[in-house]
Design a protein around this ligand. Sequence first.
Ligand code: M6R
Length: 616
Amino acid sequence: MCGIVGYVGPRDSQAILISGLARLEYRGYDSAGIAVIDAAGDLDMRKRAGKLQVLRDDLAAHPMPDGTTGIGHTRWATHGGPTDANAHPHLADDDKLAVIHNGIIENFSELKAELLSLGYTFRSETDTEVAAVLLGHEYQASGDLVAAFRAVAKRLEGAFTLLAMHQDQPGLVVGARRNSPLVIGLGEGENFLGSDVAAFVEHTRSALAIGQDEIVAITPEGVTVTDFAGEEVSVEPFEVVWDASAAEKGGWSSFMAKEVSEEPDAVANTIRGRVHDGQVVIPELEGLDDLFTGIRRVIIVACGTAAYAAQTGAYAIEQWTRVPVSVELAHEFRYRDPVIGDDTLVVSISQSGETMDTLMAVKYARERGARTLSICNTQGATIPRESDAVIYTHAGPEVAVASTKAFVAQITALYLFALHVARLRGSLPAVEAADHVRELEAVPAKIQRVLDEEQAHIEQFSRWMADTQSVLFLGRHVGYPIALEGALKLKEISYIHAEGFAAGELKHGPIALIEPGQPVFVLVPSPRESAELHKKVVSNIQEIRARGARVIAVAEEGDAAVLPFADEVLRIPLAGPFFEPLLAVVPLHIFAMGLATAKGLDVDQPRNLAKSVTVE
Ligand code: M6R
């Protein structure tokens, strides 16, 4: 989960590398570094522990010669702490070779022992330096960076994207990938490599996706892609749909604030082009009807917030398609020998499309004969390319580590998927399906109303709660995953203890946590749409209130039943039961952001985390 960028061309590369790293910093921010081959043909390198700004300041204070071939890295530490020495690039071959890496090389100890026995020495604790030294060793043998890569890639176990350049071969950057992302950006007389398109989107929108176990060599004139055996392979071109400015803060105080404000657009853009005459028809799924008509079971795999989107969507998928649906954390799924086969559709959800646990779950499912569909926000990512079909969410680039707009887009995509499959299977009366479509289409404007009418109130109220030590979240039915999402968001960016519970579970243990003053958010179902559930949740509120809880109810407009028992009521517009979560989550996102901001924390780059978890 590091960010990687490479450049060859006529321009000085430092600025290109640094701005690429700025766009990739969401992938990791423990350290940053760059290396360039300067005009004199020497390899120069600078790396610093800490966020990219530390490197920027260092380069400003002590400029380094510039050059037209360069690589850059922003790190999320795995092997070795976040120190200058462990930062990338790592040098080898008498400091003429620079290497950067994303992933984990599982057999690095064996390789290191072998290299130590050959007399090599190491300056860091990283697995990357082992790959660098091995690459230097192989380069010594062949004098050819691509050939050296081929020899090294075959010996590495685990997941890796490696980029390297050698001062004896200026104008060349070579990369290899296995189970870790790498995309190519095609320019005019210049070419780029990046962990994702954000690395180069300000320079070109023309991209190539590299497959598994492939090696790419870029020069200013062209790109060559071969497999690990050296056979040339064809690559899939694609046009980046994101605008470079979409990944800029654009006057907002944080990317998270910007992305929360984009939640209405994320839903609207995900729906766009997929509703025709009141019916959902997903063009990307055209010709794949048998993928959905023959299945007897759906398993959704995902991690973190994406898994809560899965849990939310599962209710509608099962109800509308009448196909049994289960949701599993991707990292648990493949270690329990699940019963799956060609009648199972495994749906993966991932904003980044690179989450290693989710990718491995998809591969596992495919190997066992299951059909696979991915719901993904990032073009050219690995998970959609490993799946039989993909539904892209069109949330636009999500930069803040805390996932917000992607969450609502994922639920939207699941509803579209459910309605598409329900139409194919004839499991939902057309009138009912059309009602759901109308409800879904009304969601963006309703989210906008929550933002317009509640944001200032919630922000003020989150400031009052800045000293809170613990917050609980309760929900039932589709409100339950929203409670989990509310708790995750708060933990993640405000470092406050938070737990989400199914409200019905309260009396089975968690109610013991309630003491006077304990803040509890309660997701209250609509009394019009879900009278039975509403009554139960109001009873739950009374139970915790009787024990001194401070109740913050998220309830629909006009629900007066909660008023006598709630200390605060956050209002959401009226919506059908499946659509409430898309509205109710918005106050929780605003609250987490408001509270973290009140504590003076960096909401975009919370400690210990990275946006894209590309290690298991
Ligand atoms: O890129 P993905 O959607 O696969 O990421 C999954 C989780 O790592 C992610 O949702 C994480 O939980 C978020 N940081 C939560 O806000």
